[in-house]
Ligand binder design. Structure first.
Ligand SMILES: [Zn+2]
Length: 328
């Protein structure tokens, strides 16, 4: 991405900044990505940014950019996104080596936009993501997409669960890491907080349809499917799958069916019924399928885990507006 901008502004894009050159009041920015990239993951922002640089412990260069014009959200955005390197290193324990030669995040002055987006190597964050203070969980979500969504891209949009279910589950793992609620506790809360007649359960994460592509159920029921898988096959096989999948289809595309087949091959178990229950039935799975006993049966909603408000903030705009915005 080679862009000429007026002096006093900067151009931010994917990958590494190869060079800049100035002439007669204009500056050219040459950004380069050297790996395959889905078209919707390309990004470009021009504005007045504060730029920070660093490296992950694994040696990957980090470039972050914060618009000088985002007002009250500036501090919380910076506090959150400056942890990008630490979080990317943490994610490698679950997903395998970071797949690109650069990373970072950027926050342009886009107050009308509610969502964040996993633009490759350098996620976009709306300043509104940080309106209620710092939110590291959304950074975990967008960085998880660098493996689940970017490195392995959907074959078609009906495969969106492979992006959003897994990025959401990474937030649950982060909650566990931060002692703010285990993945099982969050799963119990999600399961119990949507009664059987909640339209939430009519969305099939494995094939949500265009209108529900970014429905909350793709995220939360999608992550429930992964917790059910984890309970069924055990932590050993589950985490082997989480780490093996990005390598299996690296820099390519895959379908939900490919994932089911892969999970079966690694675990040695027949998982069709489990995935049908969680991804392809327009009803609330029974408590037994959720691995839950009396609490779920009695309809008692447990207290929300401490991480909950940060996790749902990724989708806050989706919940508060009926069109035009969502968490991605
Ligand atoms: Zn997402």
């Amino acid at each position: 991405m080679s862009v000429l901008v007026p002096d006093g502004t900067q151009a931010i894009s994917n990958g590494t900044l190869q060079s800049t050159s100035s002439r007669a009041g204009w500056t050219r920015y040459n950004w380069r990505s050297d790996k395959p990239q889905a078209s919707y993951l390309a990004t470009l922002a021009v504005g007045k940014f504060d730029i920070t640089t660093g490296r992950t412990e694994n040696g990957i260069p980090i470039i972050n950019a914060y618009s000088k014009d985002i007002g009250d959200n500036y501090g919380a955005a910076r506090t959150s996104i400056e942890r990008t390197g630490e979080i990317a290193d943490w994610l490698t324990e679950y997903f395998g080596p970071y797949p690109y030669n650069a990373l970072g995040g950027y926050v342009p002055n886009t107050p009308a936009v509610g969502y964040a987006l996993e633009t490759q190597t350098r996620p976009f964050y709306s300043p509104r993501q940080f309106a209620n203070g710092s939110n590291v969980s959304v950074v975990v979500h967008e960085l998880a997409h660098q493996w689940y969504g970017d490195l392995v891209s959907v074959a078609g949009w009906k495969d969106i669960w492979i992006n959003e279910g897994f990025a959401r589950y990474a937030q649950w793992l982060w909650s566990e890491h931060e002692n703010e609620g285990t993945a099982q506790e969050i799963a119990d809360y999600v399961y119990a907080s949507h009664p059987a007649d909640d339209p939430f359960w009519t969305v099939e994460p494995g094939d949500p349809g265009p209108a529900n592509q970014f429905h909350l159920a793709v995220y939360d029921r999608g992550a429930l499917a992964l917790q059910a898988l984890r309970n069924e096959i055990g932590d050993g096989a589950f985490f082997e799958i989480l780490k093996g999948w990005p390598a299996r289809y690296a820099y390519g595309n895959a379908t939900v069916g490919d994932f089911v087949a892969y999970a079966e091959s690694v675990s040695g178990e027949s998982l069709g019924e489990l995935f049908d229950t969680w991804l392809y039935e327009p009803v609330k799975p029974g408590a037994a399928a959720a691995g839950r006993g009396a609490v779920a049966s009695a309809g008692v909603v447990p207290e929300a885990p401490r991480s909950w408000m940060k996790i749902v903030a990724t989708n806050s705009v989706h919940e508060h507006e009926h069109e035009g915005g969502d968490g991605r």
